[in-house]
Design a protein around this ligand. Sequence first.
Ligand code: SF4
Length: 409
Amino acid sequence: MTNSGDPGHALLAQLAHGLVRHGEEQTRRSLGDRSAYVGMSDIGKAIECLRAAVASKVAPHPPADPVSAYRQGDTVAVEGILRRELTLHRGHWFEAGIEAAFRANRTPLLPQVEIALDDGGVPIRAHLDFVLLRGGPKPAVRVLELKSMKRIPPSLYPAYEAQLYGQIGLLAKQWNRPVFSLRDEAGGIRFSGIGFHDLVRNSLGIELPEDPHLVDLQGWVLAVSMTEAKPFGPYLPDTTMLSLCRKTAKAIWQTAAEVRSGATKLDAVAICPGFHPLCDCCPFVEDCPKFRGLCVADPALDQDLDELATLKDQRSTLNDEIDEREERIRRFCHLSGNSAQWQKTALFRFRNARMPGRKTVDPNKLRSALELHLDDPTIDAVLSASTNIGADYERLTVSPVKAPQSLSA
Ligand code: SF4
């Protein structure tokens, strides 16, 4: 790097460059050529937006290039790449830390078990983050999918649920078939083309039944942020969900083939309608028909939109700082053993009181309760008379039209 600018930025560019390269190597080692098969995360994505899943097969993005951005003096681009790379790598770093925690507990586990099969001409692969095992008279298998998040949501996204249903469904259905493999840390094959119970016996010396129905098999999603962890589950093998995953894999594979051959245009592939969180970080947003609107060539408007984005970023950072500060003060109140009483400093008084949870009415539960006493038209009338509808309001949605700089992974 020869840019004569700020040496601090050179350091950031070097870090971003290393993360991009490391991410590429890691993806190649553990996931191989992702355009050559349909993975469970593709299926999860396609359940929300088929276009995004197909585009990742036919038009994967080239890796981000922080070095050339740095040489051009584009520090904003370097910082953008670094932000995205750190977010992507956070998941890998969590994975290593969580594996170390299970190993410290002496929990028998297999990381990154791969299931690879040809499903009627559709190559499907599932990569199981962790499989925890128990042999003996009550054999148990827990498939764990790890998701690193900035904030843990109250309920799980459908894409993650579909991914896990696909994993445990395939594990149960393919149990004895030679479709399982396991790699070592360097990416070399340790076992390949064997049944699951053989894989477990050969790698851990644990005997599992040949019949998966005799095993307590569950899937869990473990959501982890920098300060919290939350398990979602258990999910059990479900033939309807597996069949939905297989149908979705077929739709991705066939549509990708049609787009490659020119029989279908990428723009004609179904997209997720409306305001959708997937669009916020989609690498295929730049030419997505959903956002092809009226073009307004006005630099002043661009500047305002840019400033608005910066202000919203600042607000989000400020909210994070407020949450963190409040959490520290709450912890102080708990540790001081005086959490409900007022405390005083030279300038402030404060206390951390436990308040009752918010009461809300669940319309479904209310309807079920009313059904015991009233007929349907009366219930409808009661519900409609006691429902307030707020005034219409306007919601401004602003998204950058440039795709986020991304790894090809
Ligand atoms: S921008 Fe949104 S609608 Fe368009 S492909 Fe991406 S996720 Fe789908």
